[in-house]
Design a protein around this ligand. Sequence first.
Ligand code: ADP
Ligand code: MG
Length: 648
Amino acid sequence: MTAPLPLISLRSVSRTYHTDGVAVAAVRNVSFDIAQGEIVAVMGPSGSGKSTLMNMIGLLDLPSEGEVHLEGANVAGLSEDRRSSLRARSIGFVFQSYNLLARHNAIENVALPLVYCGIGRKDRLARAEASLQAVGMLHRAHHFPRQLSGGEQQRVAIARALIASPLIVLADEPTGALDSRTGAEILALFAALNRTGPDHRDDHARPRHRDAVPAHDPPARRRARQRRDGGPAAAETERCVMTMLQGFQIALHALRLNPLRSFLTMLGIVIGVASIVTVFAIGSGAQLRLQEQIRSIGANVLMITPGAVYQGGVRLKDGSKLTMTESDVQAIIEQIPEIQAAAGSIAGTAQVIHESKNWNTTINGTTTGHFMVRDWQLAAGRYFSGTEETGAGKVVILGSTVARELFAPGDDPIGAQIRIMKVPLEVVGVLDRKGPAQDDVAFVPLTTAKLRFLGSASNINRDSVAYIIAKVAADSQMAGARSEIESLLRQRHRIPAGQEDDFKVQDPAAAMEAQQGAIRTVALLLVAIASVSLLVGGISIMNVMIVSVTERTREIGIRRALGGRMRDIRLQFLCEALVLCLLGGAIGVAGGITLSMTVARMAGWITSIDGEAIGLALVFSIATGLIFGFYPAHKASRLSPIEALKTE
Ligand code: ADP
Ligand code: MG
């Protein structure tokens, strides 16, 4: 039978520091073996290299020369991350200054190394209880380090060192800060624990090759275990990895400790996201309103309005004279085959009265063709009859808004008498809804309007109309119909070649679509401005994170010593940045929705909050967190654990 492999084996180990061109040999040519179950004390005056030696055994540092073997494997060949994983599972540290995390209570401190073994919170706490029990500190589990005496803190630190049932416990002057009696108690505790091992019964929850207590580990069994695991070099197995969830838990804990600072840090993101959501909501509300207007005009509609008029060589304002006539409408209908329907209108405003109710609205004098052009159906009643159109019938068709304002909900408007400018009219129809801007209108026959109400507007020519709308059969015929109308009207109005038209043919839907494009441009501009706020928010997060990394250097050192890998530290700080941004984003979305609803109510605008904008804002804030959190997180992960542990 071969001699058992030493647990720790140092071969001609030296460690030399080079600072400012001065070489300090902290450890010089040290060789020794330590077997399983042994307690070894390294003694020497301050500065003799004890800590340096211990850091090398603990894989926090590598020798300048010589080799350190753990369970027979040279640790020099291991990557930084593998050494960290090995630390998490195989090595427990106890420091002179206890090095408990001040903002975590005893049980959380004890459970900390298990985070880096990927063990869930419930298991962690159960095992931490057992570990605290083993050092006689269970009754102080929920006390914070500042509430504990030095000896008690060191007991908690020992419980933490033992929790993963390590192969090796390294204690660097563990009694150095304690009075001699407490120191003796701590040493006695170490000796007792080495004999019995910590009192763990939940073996299944531990990494499987830690199930043996070092002092009772028979060599044959240990060798078998080494074969199975491939020695420490292969010891970074599936389980020893901190999960994303644990990263978020740590991040949330850190942010909760500083709620005001956390909130102020995310304010930039909150404002940026809220602005983006608001701009999108108002912008798409405006788009919706325009689309509704386009729909309400009807498909393939051309609108002909009066244009420039010259009187004795002087150009008058567009529309200052009604240049179109009812016979123009008739000619358009009869001579242009693409035109399905057309109608001339004159309009004004007046008070409409029904019994005790009255309402100010637009009075539009037109023909039934108007409703054909605009595809405007009736909700009740009928359109104008032929005799009413030619004979100035005293009838009116109401838009749904006017009907609602003049009649109580149960009342049937059809057949009722209303009055406009003292003229009694019978309601013959109520129109379908087309949109708030469209429905506030009352239609009367064109002849009625001229004769009874709006006659003064047409005193230049009894035949005049204010504008004409015409419906073209198909979208593809719009351009053709338009030029035909233009040449027809030029000819009818006897406009000599070279002179401007006295009318304008417009495609209102196309004009509104152009307007829609303009709204989109403005909205994009505003989003760009809001993005600047996101950028500023991101920079402020980066700034605070950098400060926080500096503040928490020692915490980072402790976490590294307890087995946190560089990427675990990076993940922790990245999670903090992400949580800040996501929380900021969520508050921003809520704020944006509230703001846009308030604005909408106060200004009477339509807003529409779409999921797309919210998704976009959240994606933006996650990206901000990742981009601006990366540098501080990277910086934190690059800290040397030994240096970090030395900072105050
Ligand atoms: P001990 O723990 O026995 O008091 P240390 O191992 O801390 O001693 O230090 C051993 C020697 O190495 C001391 O002379 C110390 O000044 C030096 N030393 C330790 N760390 C560094 C370092 N990072 N850079 C330069 N010299 C160092
Ligand atoms: Mg020391």
